[in-house]
Design a protein around this ligand. Structure first.
Ligand code: NAP
Length: 303
């Protein structure tokens, strides 16, 4: 297949490497030529364009079989969010419309589920998030589903949980730096996915996913903050994090969701089997990697 990865970063790059290994022809799209030597060394052909600027897309080829849309807002604010996700996706659809594309996979987020009651959420659960960033993702999903309904644009949506893997994983790294805090009783649930399994799930979706459908991409074990830190604490041999102050809790409250995201569709319909079914396998692998690289510097606090 001829595959284009729009946004070839933390997720897109290893995806490209895997697709090359599987024998596909792979192109990656980014805004500047910076760093493309690494892509070329892996056989990934760079295309330079900015999806927020349709003129830069116009001169590029459109003859792809599969497209994966995995750009991020590069930590920008709400305006960047809207311009990259919503306007950018609209531009991409316009650009690829009528091109003979067979499958278009978009990496949305489980943050579209705004539930705060710890309930189990499935792909057909309500998506009414409180934050403007997550509302932008909902609007982007709707744009793609509408394009599928109106002119059979072959889009499908993956709602991706918190990504962790080599050098990525917010709570884990906060914990190692003694910056993690326990919020309340620690009963908020965290949903995660290891990088390699996200790459695997994207490939499964390209091969077997149905256009117009939504699939959650999350591992087998949604876990409370308390249980996550307890496991880390036992594995690393370091104290549990201290409780968050009133101010810290107040500062983070808005938009904090609490839900268990179901992966049943991913497993039953796409037949996906996890390499890292839970954070235990994933973070054990990451800790071994860090330790071997001499980077697991545990600073025991003096309590
Ligand atoms: N982090 C999470 O836990 C999480 C959870 C759920 C879903 N996701 C989603 O997963 C996807 C992949 O995330 P990631 O961590 O791999 O992101 P990433 O490392 O930041 O990579 C995204 C790439 O997009 C490119 N890009 C940004 N703006 C662009 C534009 N206007 N035009 C063209 N390319 C552009 C950037 O390349 P250049 O700067 O070189 O242009 C960057 O390499 C994103 O859609 C993200 O929203 C992430």
């Amino acid at each position: 297949m001829r595959v284009l990865i729009i946004g070839c970063g933390y997720v897109g790059f290893p995806l490209g490497v895997q697709l090359r290994k599987d024998g596909h022809e792979v192109f990656g799209l980014k805004r500047t030529a910076e760093g493309t030597e690494t892509w070329l060394a892996q056989g990934i052909e760079p295309l330079i364009a900015d999806i927020t600027n349709p003129e830069t897309l116009a001169s590029l080829p459109t003859n792809f079989d599969w497209v994966v849309h995995a750009v991020s807002s590069s930590k920008g604010g709400i305006e960047t969010y809207k311009s990259v996700y919503l306007d950018g996706t609209r531009n991409v659809v316009e650009w690829l419309k009528g091109s003979g594309l067979k499958k278009f996979v978009y990496t949305s987020s489980t943050s579209v589920y705004g539930q705060t009651d710890g309930s189990l959420v499935k792909e057909n659960s309500p998506t009414e998030p409180a934050t403007e960033t997550s509302q932008t993702l909902v609007a982007t999903e709707q744009l793609l589903l509408k394009a599928h309904q109106e002119f059979k644009f072959p889009a499908l949506i993956l709602r991706v949980a918190g990504i962790y893997g080599p050098d990525r994983g917010h709570l884990f790294h906060q914990y190692l730096k003694n910056e993690a805090r326990m919020h309340g009783k620690g009963d908020r649930i965290i949903n995660m996915i290891y990088l390699d399994d996200l790459v695997g799930a994207i490939i499964s979706a390209l091969k077997g996913g149905r256009a117009g459908e939504i699939y959650n991409v999350v591992d087998d074990e949604p876990v409370t903050q308390l249980h996550f830190f307890r496991w880390l604490s036992e594995s690393v041999g370091k104290y549990m994090p201290p409780a968050a102050s009133e101010e810290e809790i107040a500062g983070r409250k808005r938009g904090l969701t609490n839900k268990k995201v179901s992966n049943r569709r991913l497993k039953m319909e796409l037949g996906y089997t996890f390499k890292f079914p839970t954070f235990r396998q994933g973070y054990t692998t990451e800790m071994i990697r860090l330790e071997r690289a001499g980077k697991l510097n545990i600073t025991h606090d003096p309590r």
